[in-house]
Design a protein around this ligand. Structure first.
Ligand code: BGC
Ligand code: NOJ
Length: 828
């Protein structure tokens, strides 16, 4: 453990190989893709839950503990006097060799010490409510060994918040059942008629003993690293009555040199059928061949999913992120929204309305059927006036009123996701699916009308500058312009707003321009030009308001506060420029004809761009401003107050692409790309294989430090910015549009794309360095006009050849903005 790097990408295997356990932070992975999910760090830390991380938590996690992940899937090895863990924790006994392979839906940890190698492969078979710990123990030394292994899983009493806060209750109600001599340990707390579920922690091999009481296994005054039973070398057959039920098996092994044994521990959740159902699962996975076959099916599942989009291009980061890790993260964010990670506790936050709608953008090409269901679920949490529950609980699908509301951007994201779904699939039947409104039980409306309700919501709520009212906040949760909070004990997010306050959001205006253009395009596709024109008229009016009221001279304002004063203006002393309004006004088509778009982007480049990405605003707020809210309460350079809030960066990448500047687009794409961070990992700290929500900005005490990895809208937008913005493989209503914006230095690239059931092999050449503009498009050897591949039903593969280099590029320009880029942010 002396090397100065922590790991390396194994691109062929689609794994990140962590080579030392003492990573700058625990590096997380996820197990499961259907109902049962596990969080698994590179030392085996983390927990497992079924469907809802709060309501059905199967194993326990201890928050705010030191070290950060101090409970998990642990296996203790007792080899003579030496007690160690293959994943290093919790004993941290030095290993001769350690490796953790974080793969797609599995984690494989291997530890070697004194001639014994233990390999643990954690995964959840497709469609099954079981987490398998496939265990292989090998004698790689020269002496025969007698070993004892002790497994460890700590049960959670199902409702995670109660489990960690209500000991007067929980310490008396915990129950277990022991079967098969301790090989099958059941957690049966509250297993009565009302609750049918049980959890099994089982071992497929004969056991020499067991424990189910944490106090007996660990010792009342011990930490897990000094757990009593492994150090004593004998299980105690303890039975938990209340307190803290756990599962632990003792497995004794005699291994001659060269010998090995493979078996599994299984953590199974039986929703129905009680303990017999658990035993049936244990029997099924007793055969290692069944375990291996389930693992191969998981691998095949991912190979198939990822085959929908693959790229070969001159940049290895683009290849590996778009080909493997980014879609993987998109699937996880789609499944979990913002509920459970090392930064999201799995307790407070359910499925976010705006978050889940945006997650669909990066996920819809992977599993369109699931995206369809999600869009309809989300629509059903909309209220009849267009507002939306900001969040809902996945298990109950009930809107969560306790976490606040009035985020006036929310409704428009439904339009964006629904249009993206139709563009991907061509399936317009979703628009006539009937969905009710959350405030009118039994009501029915079709999805298309929900989208109209969203548009009407924004149109009906405009302020003195004819711009949309922000409500409690827009995409930026912390821009609370109507709340005026002076009460130290209230949450900004749930604090009420001043009655009738009229702060306006330029970002929502830009989002409206974008969403309505999507929807009018949909109407044209549906053959409803009158509806399209109606929307376009509304759009034109709002665009006029934006250009008349929201241009600050070199960039777009961010908002008008409740007193009508501009936010994000050169007239402000802090918070002079924000990224969100530049991004959304430009993406929405503002400033397209009079250089404003390019000037706004030039300002982003000059004022907000750092080597770590684009910061959210500048200068950061240094004192609390009651008229702005939570944003000004954060320390400068962190979170919404001027970090590189990664979610916004792909928007800027898309803007560069829209302006035809592929070189800046790629630069912007790479600036937040985690795989570029390996060299600066001591500073960056988070996983180099998935995006984080924030990277501390130049105003922070720890610039370059990432936080909140995994569950962030960055994932979906990064995919869109790379696949559609840069590579220009753009689903459209009438087919697949080819519109690349790559750096002039790229000779060529190749994309494999499955679209509406047909596989396209798209070879793009860039012979004269233009990087954009399709000058010729050849499909199966025949030239076609334009840049649209019409959909076809033959399955393919269809070979497509694209040559870039048109001079006109349909009115867009590739020239760089007038301003020059600064290498580091220069403070005004
Ligand atoms: C965070 C935001 C988050 C919001 C809602 C704020 O404290 O800074 O990023 O979206 O809470 O949970
Ligand atoms: C995180 C939230 O999940 C997301 O909805 C929000 O847009 C960003 N924070 C910015 O505040």
């Amino acid at each position: 453990m002396t090397s100065d790097r922590y790991g390396v990408f194994d691109d062929a295997a689609r794994e990140y190989v962590i080579e030392r356990p003492d990573t700058p932070l625990p590096w997380l992975n996820y197990l499961g893709q259907d109902d049962l999910f596990g969080l698994c760090t590179n030392t085996g830390g983390g927990y497992t839950f079924w469907r809802d991380a709060r309501l059905r938590r199967l194993t326990r996690y201890r928050y705010n503990d030191v070290p950060l992940d101090s409970v998990g899937r642990y296996l203790f090895v007792k080899d003579g006097a030496s007690i160690w863990n293959p994943g290093w924790k919790p004993t941290k006994t030095p290993l001769d060799r350690y490796e953790c392979r974080q793969g797609l839906g599995y984690t494989c940890i291997r530890g070697v010490r004194d001639g014994i190698e233990v390999e643990l492969r954690f995964f959840v078979p497709l469609g099954q409510n079981v987490e398998i710990w496939r265990t292989t123990v090998r004698n790689v030394g020269v002496e025969a060994k007698d070993l004892s292994l002790f497994s460890y899983a700590e049960f959670c009493l199902y409702e995670a918040l109660n489990d960690m806060t209500n000991y007067q209750r929980t310490y008396s109600i915990g129950e277990v059942e022991i079967a098969r001599g301790g090989a099958a340990l059941f957690h049966t707390t509250e297993h009565r008629e009302r609750r049918k579920h049980v959890t099994l922690f089982g071992c497929t091999r004969e056991v020499a003993g067991y424990d189910t009481s944490r106090d007996a296994f660990v010792g009342i005054h011990n930490g897990l690293h000094e757990a009593a039973v492994p150090f004593a070398g004998r299980a105690t057959s303890s039975v938990a009555h209340g307190w803290n039920p756990i599962g632990s098996h003792q497995v004794d092994l005699h291994l001659d040199p060269g010998a090995e044994e493979t078996f599994s521990f299984v953590l199974a959740y039986a929703e129905e059928g009680g303990t017999p159902a658990g035993l049936a699962v244990l029997d099924r996975y007793a055969d290692p061949a069944v375990v291996d076959e389930a693992f191969e099916r998981l691998r095949a599942f991912w190979d198939d999913l990822l085959s929908r989009f693959q790229v070969q291009c001159p940049d290895p980061h683009v290849e590996r992120m778009l080909g493997t890790w980014n879609p993987y993260q998109c699937l996880v964010t789609f499944n979990l929204s913002r509920s459970a990670s090392l930064f999201e506790t799995g307790i407070g936050r359910g499925m976010g309305f705006r978050d889940s709608n945006q997650d669909i953008l990066g996920f819809v090409h992977l599993m369109p059927g699931q995206a369809r269901r999600r869009i309809l679920d989300l629509a059903s949490t909309q209220l009849s006036d267009g507002t939306c529950f900001h969040q809902y609980q996945p298990l109950t699908r009930e809107g969560n009123a306790d976490i606040g509301g009035g985020f006036n951007d929310d409704p428009l994201w439904l339009v964006v996701s629904a249009c993206a779904y139709v563009k991907e699939t061509g399936d317009t039947s979703i628009l006539s699916e009937s969905v009710g409104y959350a405030d009118l039980p039994g009501s029915r409306d079709d999805l298309l009308h929900h989208l109209e309700t969203s548009v009407a919501y924004t149109l009906g709520r405009r302020g003195p500058h004819r711009l949309p009212l922000i409500g409690h906040a827009d995409w930026n949760d912390c821009l609370n312009l109507n709340c005026f909070s002076t009460e130290p004990n209230e949450s900004f997010q749930t604090a009420g707003d001043v009655e009738g306050a009229g702060a306006e959001s330029v970002m929502i205006a830009g989002l409206f321009l974008y969403a309505v253009r999507e929807l009018s395009g949909l109407y044209r596709h549906l053959g409803r030009p009158d509806d399209a024109s109606r929307l376009e008229r509304e759009r034109t009016q709002l665009l006029e308001a934006v250009e008349a009221e929201a241009w600050d001279g070199d960039w777009y304002l961010r908002a008008f506060d409740a007193g009508g004063r501009p936010v994000g203006s050169r007239a402000c002393d802090e918070g002079q420029i924000f990224v969100e309004s530049q991004a959304w006004c430009v993406l929405g088509g503002a400033g397209a004809h009079d250089e404003r778009a390019r000037r706004a982007l030039g300002s982003v480049l000059h004022r907000l761009t750092t080597p770590d990405g684009v910061v959210l605003l500048q200068p950061a707020y240094r004192r609390y401003r009651v008229e702005l809210g939570e944003i000004s309460s954060y320390p400068p350079g962190y979170k919404e107050n001027g970090s590189v809030f990664c979610h916004t960066n792909p928007w800027i990448t898309l803007c560069w692409c829209l302006l035809g500047d592929g070189a800046r687009g790629l630069e912007s794409y790479l600036a937040i790309c985690p795989s570029t961070r390996e060299e600066r990992i001591e500073t960056y700290r988070c996983e180099p294989y998935v995006y984080a929500q924030t990277i501390a900005g130049p105003d922070a005490a720890t610039p370059g430090e990432a936080k909140n990895s995994w569950l962030t809208g960055t994932a979906a937008w990064a995919f869109v910015s790379g696949a559609q913005g840069l590579l220009g493989i753009v689903p459209d209503y009438d087919g697949l549009r080819i519109d690349p914006r790559v750096p002039g230095s790229w000779d060529s690239f190749h994309v494999t794309r499955r679209f509406r059931g047909t596989v396209y092999e798209i070879e793009v050449r860039n012979p004269n360095g233009a990087g954009h503009g399709v000058s010729s498009l050849t499909v199966e050897g025949r030239k076609i006009d334009g840049n649209l591949l019409p959909s076809r039903a033959d399955g393919g593969p269809v070979s497509v050849e694209v040559v870039l280099g048109s001079r006109t590029d349909r009115g867009r320009t590739a020239t760089a903005p007038a301003t020059t880029r600064v290498a580091t942010y220069d403070r005004p």
